[in-house]
Design a protein around this ligand. Structure first.
Ligand code: AMP
Length: 290
């Protein structure tokens, strides 16, 4: 495995790789690897000649009062995990490598962002599409792998690829959970023991919402209300949102009659957690998208 820091160096390696007609799979991450990340690496490894993973905690996608400084970073551990999972090139640029000077052209996402995390984290998805545009241009992947844990991100990246004609196949893979249902997240290390137990209620509440749809409930408001009650009754966290929206358009719906996202975000003392389920009109989980 090669570890590369310089965008220019990686770009020239990629140009050589392309000359050999090798297909590149790309897994962008912010590091502090867990099984959510490695599941993406495993799938990308299977489907491509070469696997490139990036680790970059992108300051542009963090708000002024968010956790950029305290975001978990663990380079040595990540390098070992990446090696084990067959990563060929691990791209680990510094902030100065990615943003050597202030950008003179800004990207702004206008759809799929006035809800969910886009609403409570203004500018977040502008930062995400900016860094991904740079990474896509440096790495020129044939396929890019994302987790549906971040389903709004997946919907926004889908727009980025379509709107700006990136010749990239977008692949969305299932949310990986602990045995007790908690979605793996780099931020879980910032939960204390009591909060960890409480955080299990996010998935329990989502499952309750799913069961309501399975039992024939079509009214999003009734589902939101019960999911809200479960989380409010069982956690000390502050509910940021609970929403049911069409997917991937992320527009409000009156009636559940096609693919929807049921999504929650809860702020604990040192970690804001998100989780969701993508469900068809009968309440069956849609685990992956491509
Ligand atoms: P992050 O490092 O948190 O930016 O995540 C990098 C990639 O891993 C994104 O595509 C995430 O959606 C994905 N990911 C994070 N957590 C999980 C999880 N629990 N299951 C599946 N994918 C995940």
């Amino acid at each position: 495995m090669e570890i590369i820091k310089s965008p220019r160096e990686l770009q020239s390696m990629v140009i050589d790789i392309k000359k050999q007609h090798k297909e590149i799979g790309f897994v962008p991450t912010m590091g502090a690897f867990h099984e959510g990340h490695t599941s993406l690496m495993k799938q990308a490894r299977k489907e491509n000649d070469l696997l490139i993973t990036s680790i970059f905690v992108n300051p542009l996608q963090f708000g002024a009062n968010e956790d950029f400084d305290t975001y978990p970073r663990n380079a040595d551990h990540d390098i070992e995990i990446a090696k084990k999972h067959g990563v060929d090139i691990l791209f680990m640029p510094e902030v100065e490598d990615m943003y050597p000077q202030e950008l003179s052209i800004r990207m702004h996402v206008t759809k799929r962002t006035n809800v969910l995390c886009g609403k409570s984290r203004p500018g977040h998805f502008d930062g995400v599409v900016t860094v991904l545009t740079k990474l896509f241009n440096i790495i020129m992947p044939n396929r890019a792998y994302f987790g549906l844990k971040d389903a709004q991100q997946f919907a926004v990246v889908d727009s980025l690829i379509t709107d700006y004609n990136f010749p990239i196949e977008l692949i969305g893979l299932p949310t990986i959970r602990d045995n007790n249902g908690l979605a793996n997240s780099s931020r879980n290390v910032n939960l204390d023991q009591a909060e960890y137990e409480e955080a299990l209620w996010l998935y329990r509440a989502l499952k309750h919402g799913q069961q309501m749809i399975k039992a024939g409930e079509k009214n999003p408001q009734l589902i939101i209300s019960e999911v809200n009650n479960i989380i409010a009754a069982n956690t000390s966290g502050t509910i940021d949102y609970i929403e049911v929206l069409s997917y991937p358009e992320l527009t409000p719906i009156k009636q559940i009659d096609s693919l929807i996202i049921l999504a929650v975000a809860v702020k604990f003392s040192r970690a804001r957690l998100i989780d969701n389920m993508l469900l068809d009109k009968d309440g069956n989980i849609v685990p992956s998208l491509r």
